[in-house]
Design a protein around this ligand. Structure first.
Ligand code: TRP
Length: 370
C-alpha cells in the first residue's frame, strides 16, 4: 500500500484517510451549508461536531429534516460491536446521537452485535462478546439516555424480534452483492456472510424513517440495506457519518479496542490515562524544546490536539488559543498533553460514577422481544 492509499471497511481501517476521496468512493454526500443551517434552525444549536466536520458526510439527511419539519418523526439507531471494553473514541457518535435525540425528541435503538464479533474475531468466544456487550451497554447508558425512549438490542438475546426482519433483508441480498462490498472469499465463515441482514434489521423495527449516526466505516452495510429497502417495501435508512477517531499512536487508522496501549478505555484510572497519553499519544511537536520554540508544533497531526478538537474541548475560542500557541511553539507538547489529561480525567470521573449507577438501570433498557 502506498503512502496516500487507505482502506475503510467495517472490519479493517488502514492508512491516512482522504475524506473527500472517501465520499466519492462510497457515493455519500458531504454535509452542506444548507443541511447545517437546517439543523441549526430546528435544534436552535450549533453542535461543535457538525461545525468542525467531525460529522462530515450523510445519505438522505435532507429528506429526514424535511419530513420532520412537515411533522413526520424519525427514530435513531446506532450500535457497537462488543469486541472489547469501550474506549473514548466510541463515545463520539453516541454523544452526538444523544444530542439529536434530545433536540428532535425521538426514540433511539442501540444494537450490540455479540454475534458479529464472535464471527469476525477468531479468539473471542460468545461468552466474551456477551460480557463486552454488557460492559459497553453501561457506557452507553452512562451518557444519560432514558429507558422510556431508548432500547438496547443484543443480537443473541433479541434474535426472536430481529430474525423475521433479517430474513426479509437476507432474501434480497445475494452473495455477489455482499462479496463485492466486503471482499468475502470462499474461506469466509457464513455467519459473516449473513451478518449484514442482522445489522439491517433495526432499521425496520419501527414503521418510521430511520436516521443512523455512525462511523463511516459502517457505511457499506447500510449501502446494501438502502439498495434492498424498496424491494421489501420500506424507506431507505438515512445516515450521518463521523470521521474515524485516531488511536493514540497516530493518524491513519481508527482506535482499536484490542490494542491496550493505543487506547484510552472509559474504565482507565487517572494514573493510567496520564501514563498512556504521556507515553503513547503521537506528538506533532519537535524533537527538542529549542527546535519546538523555533519551528513550533503541528496540531493537525498531533493526537492530543485532535482529541481536544473531536471531543474534549467544545469551546472554539479555547481550542483556537491552544492551536495557535502550539503551532507557534509557545506551548510545548508536555503542556498540551497536560491539558488533555486533565480534560479526559475530569470527564471520566463523572462518567465512571454514572457507569456504576448504570448497573442498576440496565434491565430497564433491554429490548423485550415481541
Ligand atoms: N458493526 C458495528 C461495529 O462493529 C456495530 C453496529 C451494529 C452498528 N449496528 C450498528 C454501528 C449501527 C453503527 C450503526 O461496531
Amino acid at each position: 500500500m502506498s503512502a496516500d492509499d487507505f482502506i475503510v471497511t467495517p472490519w479493517h481501517v488502514e492508512g491516512d484517510i482522504d475524506y473527500d476521496k472517501l465520499v466519492k468512493q462510497f457515493g455519500t454526500e458531504k454535509i452542506s451549508e444548507g443541511i447545517l443551517d437546517k439543523i441549526k434552525r430546528i435544534t436552535g444549536e450549533d453542535h461543535f461536531m457538525l461545525r468542525r466536520g467531525i460529522f462530515f458526510s450523510h445519505r438522505d439527511m435532507g429528506r429526514i429534516l424535511d419530513d420532520y419539519e412537515k411533522g413526520t418523526k424519525f427514530f435513531l439507531y446506532t450500535g457497537r460491536g462488543p469486541s472489547g471494553h469501550t474506549h473514548i473514541g466510541h463515545l463520539v457518535p453516541w454523544v452526538f446521537a444523544k444530542w439529536l435525540q434530545e433536540k428532535f425528541g425521538v426514540n433511539m435503538y442501540f444494537q450490540l452485535t455479540d454475534d458479529e464479533k464472535y464471527f469476525s474475531k477468531p479468539n473471542l468466544t460468545l461468552e466474551d462478546t456477551a460480557k463486552f456487550a454488557y460492559e459497553n451497554a453501561l457506557d452507553f447508558i452512562a451518557l444519560g439516555f432514558k429507558p422510556e425512549n431508548t432500547k438496547i438490542i443484543i443480537n443473541t438475546k433479541n434474535i426472536q424480534t430481529l430474525y423475521p426482519i433479517a430474513a426479509q433483508v437476507a432474501k434480497k441480498i445475494n452473495f455477489s452483492n455482499t462479496k463485492a462490498v466486503f471482499g468475502f472469499t470462499n474461506e469466509t465463515n457464513i455467519g459473516m456472510i449473513f451478518y449484514t441482514s442482522l445489522q439491517s434489521a433495526p432499521c425496520f423495527i419501527e414503521d418510521k424513517p430511520v436516521l443512523i449516526p455512525l462511523g463511516v466505516d459502517q457505511d457499506p452495510h447500510f449501502r446494501l440495506t438502502r439498495d434492498i429497502a424498496p424491494k421489501i417495501g420500506r424507506q431507505k435508512p438515512a445516515l450521518i457519518h463521523n470521521i474515524m477517531i485516531p488511536g493514540l499512536e497516530g493518524p491513519g487508522g481508527k482506535m482499536s479496542a484490542s490494542d491496550e496501549n493505543g487506547t484510552v478505555y472509559t474504565t482507565d484510572s487517572p494514573g493510567v490515562v496520564k501514563k498512556k497519553i504521556n507515553k503513547y499519544a503521537f506528538s506533532g511537536g519537535q524533537p527538542d524544546i529549542e527546535q519546538h520554540r523555533k519551528i513550533g508544533g503541528n496540531p493537525d497531526i498531533d493526537v492530543s490536539f485532535q482529541y481536544l478538537r473531536i471531543f474534549f474541548e467544545p469551546d472554539d475560542k479555547k481550542l483556537k488559543a491552544i492551536h495557535d500557541d502550539y503551532k507557534s511553539g509557545k506551548m510545548l507538547t508536555g503542556e498540551l498533553k497536560a491539558i488533555l489529561i486533565e480534560k479526559i480525567n475530569s470527564f471520566l470521573a463523572i462518567h465512571q460514577e454514572k457507569r456504576e449507577k448504570a448497573k442498576d438501570q440496565i434491565e430497564q433498557f433491554l429490548f423485550e422481544n415481541r
